[in-house]
Write a protein that binds this ligand. Structure first.
Ligand code: GDD
Ligand code: MG
Length: 358
């Protein structure tokens, strides 16, 4: 079975991190989020994947090329203008040759795709949508079903008074090619607001597959941090090249940890890093590859991307730092701040809580 992954969005809520890298390529445990997603597809026997892209497709191509290294066949289709979630799938129709999977490109999950596909075949609908329970359905698409899991209604991004269920569209579908029939090429269509409701109206059978698997939309800074922290805590098991050093410490090859450096698990430190003597890496931190954390620097619950230097006695707390940054001596990056890639923070400077730089 083939899969289409929707990666056309600009990742606006993750700016400034997504100015130079598309949202699906942000690292989780030092590996692009999309690579974790491809690991899941592979685990369930999916070997051919089509990326439906529009924003910074080069980032995917440069990293994954044709997929050979991962044992996959990857194709890329680039839209000239955004076609919407369903228009984007129609746009890759030529690659589809039977029942297929569609994934939103920002969902971290360990959902059992084998069981989802089996359920779809048993129910014999034209679409099976994965549903997951959430605390706040207003930022997602609520889906109502009957006792047989037949979908009755779609309510996209409802206000609280319209919320009738805490089960929402998880952005993982199994579809039959017949859904393309009424759609015109090169036209903007939304699955959630138009195509699925239209199919219901026509009396077509759409089913819900409810999952209790791990599920997180990584689209906001808080959720992006949570994804990394959940991976460190083992709430979702992700494949990594980092090696376990004692309990709760993941460490890449050729990294050196200075004397009296303090490492508080769970943490991950990439390859070729230098953690100098007396530096502190607090729990729930992820340090990218080729980073340098100098003596006396303190990193607490923060995500630091590749190739960044944190100079002596600088302090980072609950923040995200992009690639190739230089955080000057004694600078302070407060909780919730985001520093874009290739930014230099002057020594002693304080970046206040929640501020985005770059
Ligand atoms: N190729 C392409 N073209 N991809 C697109 C386009 C487009 O025009 N528009 C959006 N996408 C991709 C995004 O990159 C993302 O991976 C996916 O489609 C969903 O878009 P989002 O912008 O992230 O939508 P959302 O999170 O607000 O809502 C969607 O996901 C929720 C689950 O996270 C909806 O499907 C909701 O119903 C659902 O609950
Ligand atoms: Mg989303």
């Amino acid at each position: 079975m083939k899969a289409v992954i929707l990666v056309g969005g600009e990742g606006t809520r993750l700016r400034p991190l997504t100015y130079d890298i598309p949202k699906p390529m942000v690292p989780i445990l030092n590996k692009p989020f999309m690579e974790h997603m491809l690991d899941l597809l592979k685990k369930h026997g999916i070997k051919e994947v089509v990326f439906s892209s529009g924003y910074k497709v080069e980032a995917f191509m440069e990293h994954f090329f044709n997929g050979e290294k991962l044992g996959l066949k990857l194709d890329y289709v680039v839209e000239e203008f955004p076609l919407g979630t369903a228009g984007a799938v129609k746009n890759v129709e030529k690659f589809i040759d039977g029942t297929f999977l569609v994934f939103n490109g920002d969902i971290l999950t360990d959902a059992d795709l084998t069981s989802l596909i089996k359920y779809h075949r048993e129910k014999k609908g034209i679409a099976t949508l994965t549903l997951t329970p959430v605390d706040n359905p207003t930022i997602y698409g609520v889906i109502e079903t009957d006792q047989n899991n037949r979908i009755q209604k779609f309510i996209e991004k409802p206000s609280w008074d319209r919320v009738t269920s805490n089960y929402i569209n998880a952005g993982i579908y199994v579809l039959e090619p017949v859904i393309f029939k009424e759609m015109k090429p090169d036209k903007n269509y939304s699955f959630e607001r138009q195509i699925y409701p239209d199919l219901l109206e026509r009396g077509d059978l759409l089913f819900a597959y409810k999952t209790g698997a791990y599920w997180l939309d990584i689209g906001s800074p808080e959720k992006y941090m949570k994804a990394n922290q959940d991976a460190l805590l083992g709430n979702i098991k992700l494949e990594t090249h980092l090696k376990r050093e004692g309990s709760g410490i993941l460490l890449g090859d050729s990294s050196s940890i200075g004397s009296k450096a303090s490492l508080e698990p769970p943490i991950a430190i990439g390859k070729n890093c230098v953690i100098s003597k007396g530096a502190q890496i607090g729990k729930l931190s992820v340090i990218g590859n080729s980073c340098k954390i100098e003596s006396g620097a303190v990193v607490k619950s923060s995500i630091v991307w590749d190739n960044t230097i944190v100079e002596k006695s600088a302090r980072l707390e609950n923040c995200i730092i992009g690639r190739n940054c230089l955080i000057g001596e004694e600078a302070v990056i407060e909780s919730g701040a985001i520093i874009a890639s290739s930014t230099k923070i002057e020594p002693g400077k304080v970046i206040e809580s929640g501020v985005k730089v770059g």
